[in-house]
Design a protein around this ligand. Structure first.
Ligand code: CAA
Length: 262
């Protein structure tokens, strides 16, 4: 597939590289329309299927990660249009099926669907100019790509309710204090920091990376007992991998592990 609204590339000199997807509709602040979401889903699936890729970074421009769903495209939609076409569900949720970690490297605006897209990633590293919010209420709607569910889980009910009801944006430091982003870095260091984390993840055994992601995600989708039981089963299962033997043997013998991803 050739892409018009995103740019893809890989980085890294080792056997396992980082796949990078850059949203690229700068004049519209990366507003998310159907074509862009189709392209994003296709690129993410291609990286997920590529054995030479160990981790994925999703990023935007300095000014905007993404300013939300494309309002111009949505303005004329009727209930029948969005319901019959399964708007959002149809092509926004591919990212949830990606097994490799997806890091959101966010600078500028991540608002509305842009904030929701960032929250669908596994963690967010924010530049110091990042701004997050769910301003849909100003348009006579509510967040429709999971914002009312993921934001309270990330920042707690009080702050999520305030942001969603008022449409107020929060800056990067507030987002870090609230737990929405894993850390804030200077804008000029954003990609270096995201790449550093992604390359670190690439250096680990793939089964344990998959298991870690699945287990943490389970904590959001289930009660504590179910989540802990799921984690325990995955933890036990990793003792069947060669990477577990290698990783622990390397530690015991004070050498660097050579993971085989099986
Ligand atoms: N959809 C379509 N176009 C958008 C857009 C969007 N979500 N956000 C920005 N743009 C366009 C603007 O219309 C403008 O285009 P023109 O130059 O042709 O006029 C261009 O991008 C630049 O935007 P601004 O001039 O507004 O830039 P700014 O720096 O003054 O303001 C902003 C930035 C505060 C993010 C402002 O653009 C804004 O409020 N955007 C809308 C944010 C929003 O409401 N997002 C939620 C959308 S609904 C949604 O996402 C539903 C869902 O949950 C799935």
């Amino acid at each position: 597939m050739t892409y018009e609204m995103i740019i893809t590339r890989t980085e890294g000199a080792d056997a396992r590289k980082v796949g990078i997807v850059t949203l690229n509709r700068p004049k519209q602040l990366n507003a998310l329309n159907n074509q862009l979401m189709d392209e994003l889903g296709s690129a993410l699936k291609a990286f997920d299927a590529d054995d030479s890729v160990g981790c994925i970074i999703l990023t935007g421009s300095e000014k905007a990660f993404a300013a939300g769903a494309d309002i111009g495209a949505m303005a004329q939609y009727s209930f029948a249009d969005v319901y019959n076409n399964d708007y959002i569900t149809r092509n926004w949720e591919h990212i949830r099926s990606i097994r490799k970690p997806v890091i959101a490297a966010v600078s500028g605006f991540a608002v509305g669907g842009g904030c929701e897209l960032a929250m669908m990633c596994d963690f967010i590293i924010a530049a110091d100019n990042a701004r997050f919010g769910q301003p849909e209420i100003k348009l006579g709607i509510i967040p429709g790509a999971g914002g009312t569910q993921r934001l309270p889980r990330a920042v707690g009910k009080a702050k999520a309710m305030e942001l969603i009801l008022t449409g107020r944006m929060m800056d990067a430091l507030e987002a870090e204090r609230a737990g929405l982003v894993s850390r804030v870095v200077p804008l000029e260091k954003l990609m270096d920091e995201a790449l550093g984390a992604a390359l670190m993840i690439c250096s680990y055994g793939q089964p344990s990376v998959f298991a870690a992601k699945e287990a943490v995600n389970r904590s959001f989708d289930s009660g504590l007992s179910d989540g802990v039981m799921f984690e325990r089963r995955l933890f036990h299962a990793l003792f069947a991998t060669e990477d577990q033997k290698e990783g622990m043997d390397a530690f015991v013998n004070k050498r660097k592990p050579a993971f085989k991803h099986r």
